[in-house]
Design a protein around this ligand. Sequence first.
Ligand SMILES: [Zn+2]
Length: 708
Amino acid sequence: MSRLNFQLEATASGSRARAGRFTTLHNEVLTPTFMPVGTHAAVRAQRREDVLDSGAGVLLANTYHLMLRPGVEIFEKFGGIHRFMNWPRSVLTDSGGFQIFSLPGSRSVSEECAEFKSYVDQTLIRLSPESSIAAQRAIGSDIMMVLDQCVASTVEHGVAERAMELTHRWALRSLAARGDSPQALFGIVQGASYADLRAASARAIADMPFDGYAIGGLAVGEGSGAREDCTGIVTELLPQDKPRYLMGVGTTRDLLEAVHRGVDMFDCILPTALAKQGVAFTSQGRRDLRRAAYRGMDGPIDPKCGCPTCSAHSIAYLFHLNKVQEPQGWQLLGLHNVHFYMQLMRTMREHILADDWLGFYRSQRDLLDARDSYGAPVRHVTKAQRQKLKLKLGRYEVVVRDRIGRIREMTSGEVMHPVNDPAEEARSLYVEQSRLVERLTEPEAAPLVVWDVGLGAGTNAMAAIQAVEAMRRQANRGPALPAAETAWTAGPTGPHRRLTLVSFENDLDSLRLALRHPAWFKHLRHAAPRGLLADDRWSSAAAGVDWLLLRGDFGATKFTAPLPDVIFFDPFSFKTDSALWTLAAFRELANLLSGKAAELFTYSYSTSVRAALLAAGFYVARGRGTGPKSETTIGLTPRAAVDADGGGISHGRELLGEEWLDKWRRSDAQAPMGTDSSDASWHQAVTAHPQFQARFVYSSPRTRGAHR
Ligand SMILES: [Zn+2]
């Protein structure tokens, strides 16, 4: 029997967003809800009356900090935290796992417990699942959390897996330690950014009789895309009839995205922490009170907010308090932020209950956490300057040459498709070389899956879609084909195979920016790109195309995509997007594709990229040249390479031979990106690659002699 008696009231149409309610030992809590963080049994710089007024139903307190100061014995003396801080509503205590992981200082973790030095007096403290529960029982929270082992979300798979398994064993010990206490207890799902581990952990923890389920170990280094993906994977597997809590997340936009994926509870220090820096969350995005433009501005920070700060003070006054570092400025801004967060949760709940969530969600996604651009040179700009402003968005700007637009990443200065006509390069390097159109005529039932790594301005994806549309139009001119809606799934002959195009992108500003300028990005004059941005998917029955968008870092999102037959590998280069080009990244990709016949096309032909592909286990062939580049690169999985000479999918690929290996041996760019001198396994992997062995065996004696 659950101690919280969670009632699911509604789930929004077209979303997993849910509204519910549960009852703790102190009050009823309506979800989705945000829990202000009271680390030391106080929300930073906020009076309890103000926090109560904001509507907060649950306060989060940190077991780790409270154990060190004031100490468990004080809570025992006062009969718990509620009387100690005079808080009449619910308290959730975390277990200390996150602090052990995140605070500086030495620590060690064994099967039995975690050991760490107190940051207060350097004494050695042991925290076990049992002692953490004992402390939380003494603190007297309404909801306790199990002790977990939290690791950075970017650690290796094996490390993440071991931490996850220990967390599962500790979860069972925590349940036993809770005994018959009336306090509720939540289990925690771990697994870093690995989809398979997140799913395994969700299943294991969901099998244990907790009163609610938390998603831990996020917001510790992964991108927001990876976080959203992990959240979605986990909530899908958690029971419907218990609350779900995403720990330590996040910005207003993060909350919106997580509610959309079925999360009910949140905590985060941002509303008060950013207040100290002079940042307010508002219905129009962030306001940064450090901007000089606010110095004389009358009216509240957010005209739509009814909080005490907005009712009483002008933005100019808050600007002034922040400027002179008056603590009251911090307090007033924090008060607004906490109110704004609570108001946002109530609004989300209303839209879920009214079942018009999707419209609200779409209207808020880009608005909620928009960075403050107020006071940027908007006043007194000339027409030419205004034109120039529209040429920039986020990290990107448009550069135009010969009436063709290109996207430039401003921090690195790198331009996408810098030399050739981008559309022409997309057609030649990716669409034609992969024989995409031809392969759609193969008598295969399964769709052809193409990964578009680095959506950018949509150039490669649209080149693929437009080539397929042209082919379908051509085919439809002939008689005796079935109706357009079924033509590409039914017929035994003819171009019937569907195309699934999966685009990966962690920053959609490049596409948004290009969409502002259709005159210079002609390939975007099509319904598909806007449809994709709005819904993360666009389909065409007539063309037999499904286009999916996976937001976030390719490193994580690739695990959630259907496996590809073809990869357009066209992200920014190593200097801008280094994580995608390392040996480790290619190894992970090769592992994922093991057993699959797949080909990867990329514009790079650098020695170190080719070495990385080879060392990761790909076969490497020369790709066709483009513009000033005499050649590019094709990576083939072993299964694709087997066919390379046999007329299969990769027929006609020209594998690199000994002359390349010779060049590589003399090169000073031998090492794949991201390797260091401590690991030279790649060297052996390149030299002993079967691609070169086979050639060696069958090569002429003269060639062999040359290498003695
Ligand atoms: Zn306000």
